[in-house]
Design a protein around this ligand. Structure first.
Ligand code: FAD
Length: 597
């Protein structure tokens, strides 16, 4: 049976040694309570829960899936119990405001916990994961009364949340949505319409479900400027608990490729009672609070599948005996050598390792930016906000693309056995595939990055980030041992700005140039961003090795993996540059009618 072991040593390396978590928390008002001891204790307990409770349910969830009936949806065996334990352990309230029953710990700590929970069992993790976004939306835009009624229940974990955007005819283009919200005399609204693909839309894990729904008021303008946001509970709140059933129900479950343990629901709203959150017609702006949280959460999914595939394929590669090493038998007493001796198998393993560990550094860095956006001084907050806006589409799309690639590599290590369900590797590939689709497809994230975040701001945040990288490389200029990393990083960092200018100039003549360059640009940005974190990790490892012999093998492995990343992965940027600057014509000149004869 596939297993998960929380990589606590690596997590602590990134948090404490590279990103200096303690200093980060001590500098942020309200985060001082998160002392190193407390963080370590939370990580250890989170690891136990993920390894012992959630990981064993991962395959069961895939095999059983969720079941629909007139009465509701039942989740796979063990999911409900695990959720009860999660709630009793106080995990949902970890990073929420004490005013609403939270423990007031930093958001970044919640993200670290989610890495373990999500890697152990992604489908299960989506139930509390969606609640988290609902909480952030109500906290940011809800009234005092809405917070007291809904937020407290979501924070305690007694109720869960959803995000209801997608309709049959509109996914990416939310401006086309049709769900209606008609005013009642008491200030509430009647919500009517059909939403599809709603994750955790109906289940048996909590007493109530709080749907956050996008809908249109009767006099709303066309398009995205006419969308409002509503809270629609499954059961009407009553006396601190639940009362009558509201007019919202799950019509059916989608039959899908992966994440079978998570219910993906068609939700019918039939004059359901809803309550406006935030100003009328500004729903999409309010929803962005939800979506940004969700996008970091989805970036985490890329890391989760890379880590899970890596751990299981590494164990297999050490165990499976096939063929002899090209340089002579390594285990002459055995019938053959373990497959880990073969260079191409090592490439599959190291690629997964480089993406998982590099992705962890990128996610934890964005998590610290999230803390700053919420808690730092106004100047620091503005800077963090700009960087987070730039790095969110990179983290979401790049890490999910390479997470899927890694999951595939994990399967490949198993050979034909990887294709057989029992080993769990094909589940990992299937489960990871959705991450490139929901929360904005890779193509949409790429347009967001290049169009909205870079070109429309005259590259302001990009300049800020490339300046950070430049200053870092400059500060290391006397460190000859690090040159193998900082020299190529410096060159790519400069090139990143030049490519942006080049695409931006072409886009002034033809807007299709933005679309045509966008995914290549995003992937290029991802490789350079990860190179920055690999350089920083290499620097820390080098320093530690110079200081003492303690944990030598760990730090040497870091340096070797950094070298692998720079020599074997980073050269992919050359291909991306060539395709990115090749222009829109090779994509746009073929007549739609001439694609096929
Ligand atoms: C398992 C699952 C769970 C989900 N969970 C939720 C949920 O909880 N809540 C929710 O509201 N939704 C959810 N979704 C919906 C998901 O967010 C949408 O499927 C996604 O946003 C894409 O929309 P679409 O499927 O309609 O594709 P479309 O928007 O029709 O896009 C089709 C293709 O066209 C591309 N495309 C579209 N426009 C452009 C453009 N301008 N430039 C370049 N390419 C473009 C897209 O990238 C895509 O490849 C879920 C979906 C699934 C499958």
């Amino acid at each position: 049976m596939p297993e998960y072991k929380a990589p606590l040593r690596d997590m602590s390396f990134v948090l404490n040694e590279v990103l200096e978590l303690n200093a980060h928390y001590q500098n942020l008002p309200g985060c001082e309570e998160a002392t190193p001891d407390m963080v370590a204790a939370i990580m250890e307990e989170g690891a136990k829960f993920s390894e012992r409770v959630l990981s064993p349910l991962n395959q069961i969830g895939d095999q059983q899936g969720c079941q629909w009936s007139e009465e509701g949806v039942t989740t796979p065996e063990g999911f409900r119990d695990a959720y009860q334990q999660f709630v009793e352990g106080g995990w949902p309230s970890l990073a929420h405001d004490p005013e609403w029953g939270g423990q007031g710990l930093p958001e970044s700590l919640g993200i670290v916990l989610n890495e373990m929970v999500g890697t152990a069992n992604w489908s299960w993790s989506m139930y509390p994961g969606l609640s988290h976004g609902a909480m952030n939306t109500i906290e940011a835009h809800g009234t005092q009364d809405q917070k007291e009624t809904y937020l407290t229940k979501l924070v305690s974990g007694e109720w869960t949340g959803t995000m209801c955007l997608t309709e049959p005819h509109c996914g990416t283009d939310l401006g086309m949505l049709r769900t209606k919200a008609e005013p009642n005399e008491d200030g509430s609204f009647r919500i009517s319409g059909t939403k599809i693909f709603i994750s955790a839309g109906e289940h048996d894990m909590a007493d109530n479900i709080v749907h956050i729904v996008l809908a249109r008021l009767p006099d709303a303008p066309e398009g995205t400027k006419g969308i409002s946001l509503f809270i629609v509970p499954k059961f009407m709140p009553a006396g601190g608990g639940v009362g009558d059933r509201n007019g919202v129900s799950c019509g059916s479950l989608e039959h899908k490729m992966g994440i079978h343990g998570n219910s993906t629901c068609v939700m019918n709203f039939d004059e359901a009672t809803g309550y406006l959150i935030g100003p009328p017609n500004k729903g999409l702006n309010c929803m962005f609070t939800f979506m940004n949280t969700a996008r970091i959460g989805t970036a985490l999914q890329g890391l989760a599948h890379a880590e899970w595939g890596f751990q299981n394929s590494l164990a297999y590669a050490k165990d499976r005996l096939q063929m002899r090493s090209l340089t002579g038998a390594k285990c002459p007493d055995k019938a053959a050598d373990p497959i880990i001796v073969h260079p191409e198998v090592r490439k599959l393993l190291l690629t997964q390792k480089a993406f998982a560990e590099g992705g962890r550094a990128l996610i934890y860095y964005t998590a610290q930016l999230v803390d700053k956006v919420h808690q730092a001084s106004p100047e620091e907050r503005a800077e963090a906000d700009g960087l987070l806006a730039l790095l969110t589409p990179i983290a979401k799309a790049f890490l999910t693309e390479v997470g899927f690639e890694s999951a595939n590599h994990g399967l490949q290590v198993f050979g034909g056995h990887g294709y057989i369900a029992e080993w769990g590797m094909e589940q990992n590939v299937r489960d990871s595939r959705i991450s490139m689709l929901y929360e904005g497809t890779t193509q949409i994230q790429a347009l967001d990055l290049l169009g909205r975040k870079v070109l429309m701001t005259q590259g302001e945040s990009l300049k800020r980030f490339t300046k950070i990288i430049h200053k870092y490389c400059q500060a290391q200029s006397d460190n000859t041992g690090l040159k193998e990393f900082t020299d190529p990083l410096l060159t790519l960092n400069k090139e990143w700005g030049e490519l942006t200018m080049q695409v931006g100039m072409k886009a002034m003549q033809n807007r299709d140039e933005v679309g045509a360059a966008s995914v290549d640009y995003l992937m290029y940005s991802g490789y350079v961003t990860l190179a920055y974190f690999w350089a920083r990790m290499a620097e820390t490892a080098q320093q530690k090795l110079a200081e003492s012999d303690s944990d030598k093998a760990f730090y040497e492995a870091k340096l070797t993996t950094a070298r692998f990343y720079f020599q074997r992965i980073l050269p992919r940027t050359r291909g991306l540059v060539a395709t990115m600057v090749s222009g829109a014509d090779n994509l746009m000149s073929l007549d739609d009618e001439h694609f096929q004869f």
